[in-house]
Design a binder for this molecule. Structure first.
Ligand SMILES: [Zn+2]
Length: 171
């Protein structure tokens, strides 16, 4: 189980390793999740936009591989070339919802960490010496979201090259 704030039941769920620890990392992560709870409470726009994107992203990521695969296969036949090409493009657009979702996740995550660090400092939960360490932990956690976006973008680019390559070869 991963640490997260669940807006449906309005609870923060922490993994055992975070809940049962008093380490700077665990305190930082717990405060970050509190940051998400406050974002929801305040109606922070990016988190609302992200929540609104969830159903479309789920639908798009399920449908995209099927459309792209069938589309690419069809572009190999002269008769269905154009239909296959269109299908693959629609699949690619559906898949790009994933990248949009990951993109809007970035401000949500960075902002939750920012809120966490302010709280930890102002309430003197961590000392001035400990704050930079918490910042480091939260920054490296945020980098995984950046990496996920970069990975999706490179997949989109690769698929776009395959699809346009298939189209070009038949001309
Ligand atoms: Zn988060």
């Amino acid at each position: 189980m991963t640490d997260h704030f669940d807006p449906k039941s309005n609870v923060i769920r922490l993994s055992d390793s975070v809940e049962n620890s008093t380490s700077i990392a665990a305190i930082g992560i717990a405060a970050h999740e509190v940051g998400h709870a406050i974002q929801h409470a305040e109606g922070y726009t990016p988190i609302k936009a992200r929540a609104a994107l969830v159903p479309a992203t789920k639908f798009g990521s399920t449908l995209a591989p099927i459309l792209i695969l069938i589309g690419i296969i069809l572009t190999r036949s002269a008769q269905y070339l154009n239909f296959g090409y269109k299908l693959a493009i629609i699949g690619l657009l559906a898949y790009s919802l994933v990248a949009i979702f990951q993109f809007i996740t970035l401000p949500v995550e960075f902002n939750a960490s920012k809120r966490a660090l302010v709280t930890l400092e102002r309430r003197e939960i961590l000392t001035a010496q400990e704050i930079p360490m918490a910042k480091k932990v939260l920054s490296s956690a945020a980098l995984t979201y950046v990496a996920a976006l970069v990975s999706s973008l490179s997949t989109i680019l690769r698929l776009a090259l395959i699809i346009s390559g298939n189209k070009g070869r038949r001309r």
